[in-house]
Write a protein that binds this ligand. Structure first.
Ligand SMILES: [Mg+2]
Length: 233
């Protein structure tokens, strides 16, 4: 059966890579390395600071350089740790630890293996240049993609339509309706893909509620559900 799509653009973190798991481990090791004893609630606080800072980056309010230190600066201040550690050093250590603890989500490799012969695959990620390619290489999944576009390397980030235009150009400017964007983030992946004129598939394993204004073309709770959708007319 022929698919209505020729290209699939995959988000990386929490779509193919288990970011939650590796970030949790990387954070614990980072605290250990800077001699801050971990207390309950610290990771949740860091996640809050990180999420807030990433959103400001995605909205173009701060640069990726600022993002690196601001997220740890906020964490230290709000945890009442003041200058117990250097935020820039924590960021560097955290990123190195992220590479070490990189993991794929269950079924991700099998999915890529199944799709690679029939579709052009691109990896679209809002990530930092020190780590994204190293994590993909560490997991040996970089070779599945004809293009890997790291926001920090090109100075554009999802959901900016200019980011998606850049990716399209990297894979030879296919017609937009022949491209499916797959990701877990309703804002950067789904809203972004839609605004750039592409079909979208929201990977929503935890049954999150979505905002009324963004309606993905497809929604899946398991990666293994994707191949079936791609072949349905
Ligand atoms: Mg993601």
């Amino acid at each position: 059966m022929k698919s209505q799509f020729d290209f699939i653009f995959f988000d990386a973190d929490d779509t193919l890579l288990d970011f939650s798991q590796s970030a949790r481990r990387a954070f614990a090791l980072t605290l250990d390395e800077v001699a801050i004893p971990e207390r309950e609630g610290m990771y949740a606080l860091y996640q809050l600071c990180n999420h807030e800072t990433w959103r400001e980056y995605e909205d173009g309010k701060i640069s990726a350089v600022q993002l690196r230190t601001i997220r740890f600066e906020r964490f230290l201040v709000r945890a009442g740790l003041g200058w117990a550690a250097d935020p820039a050093e924590m960021n560097t250590r955290f990123l190195n630890n992220l590479v070490q603890f990189a993991e794929l989500l269950p079924g991700a490799r099998e999915l890529l293996e199944e799709l690679r012969s029939q579709f052009g695959l691109a990896l679209i990620t809002n990530g930092l240049k020190e780590v994204q390619r190293r994590r993909l290489a560490h997991l040996k999944v970089d070779s599945y993609f004809s293009a890997i576009v790291v926001s920090d390397e090109i100075g554009l980030a999802k959901p900016d339509p200019a980011y998606f235009n850049y990716v399209l150009a990297q894979v030879g400017n296919p017609e937009r309706e022949r491209v499916l964007v797959v990701g877990d983030n309703i804002y950067s992946d789904i809203q972004g893909g839609q605004q750039a004129g592409m079909a979208t598939c929201w990977y929503n394993p935890n049954g999150k509620e979505r905002s009324a204004e963004t309606e993905p073309t497809f929604e899946i709770a398991q990666l293994s559900a994707l191949p079936g959708l791609l072949l349905a007319e």
